[in-house]
Design a protein around this ligand. Structure first.
Ligand SMILES: CC(C)(COP(=O)(O)OP(=O)(O)OC[C@H]1O[C@@H](n2cnc3c(N)ncnc32)[C@H](O)[C@@H]1OP(=O)(O)O)[C@@H](O)C(=O)NCCC(=O)NCCS
Length: 144
């Protein structure tokens, strides 16, 4: 398994994984492609001999950054894929002068919250009924 930067050709497979991993609100191919083309975007994939096991992206804005999405394809879960991607994104942010990293997570998503808590994120504030199905969002932040 290799952790490497997103390539444009990865976006189609990532858009399929979005539907599996975020069935309620997947990012479309178009949204992913437009994020990828943003100047301050940096994305990583976990590449298992050509198959994308997981992916994540971060967008930098001066000294802060937002993690856009992070997900692991179901057969690859619980083997450290998201950890490797998250650590790669945080290293990139740190090396580029970012002081605070933010992300959004559904309040029911305890697996993701566990992952983020382990990496020094804490709850910052909530956005009530933020998602289209009415679920609340917790904004988490990490001071670098
Ligand atoms: C959340 C998600 C990204 C974790 O991916 P993963 O590659 O399985 O994670 P890792 O193997 O790196 O696990 C790291 C830590 O996360 C936590 N974790 C992962 N899956 C968990 C689960 N099902 N329940 C509780 N904690 C979990 C654990 O603390 C784990 O550490 P441990 O292995 O020492 O127990 C994955 O479940 C996923 O893609 N979910 C759907 C998409 C999603 O919700 N993304 C996050 C959006 S904010």
């Amino acid at each position: 398994m290799t952790i490497r930067k997103w390539k444009y050709e990865d976006i189609l497979r990532i858009s399929e994984l979005e539907k599996e991993c975020f069935p309620q609100e997947p990012w479309s191919y178009k949204m992913l492609a437009s994020g990828y083309e943003t100047e301050n975007f940096y994305g990583l994939v976990a590449d298992d001999d050509g198959e994308i096991a997981g992916y994540g992206g971060i967008t930098l804005a001066y000294d802060s950054a937002d993690i856009d999405n992070i997900a692991t394809s179901e057969p690859y879960r619980h083997s450290g894929v998201a950890t490797a991607i998250l650590e790669g994104l945080l290293d990139y942010a740190r090396n580029n002068g970012v002081k605070t990293v933010f992300l959004e997570v559904r309040v029911s998503n305890s697996a993701a919250m566990e992952l983020y808590l382990k990496h020094g994120f804490c709850g910052a504030y909530a956005r009530t009924r933020y998602y289209s199905d009415g679920e609340d969002c917790l904004v988490m932040k990490k001071e670098m």
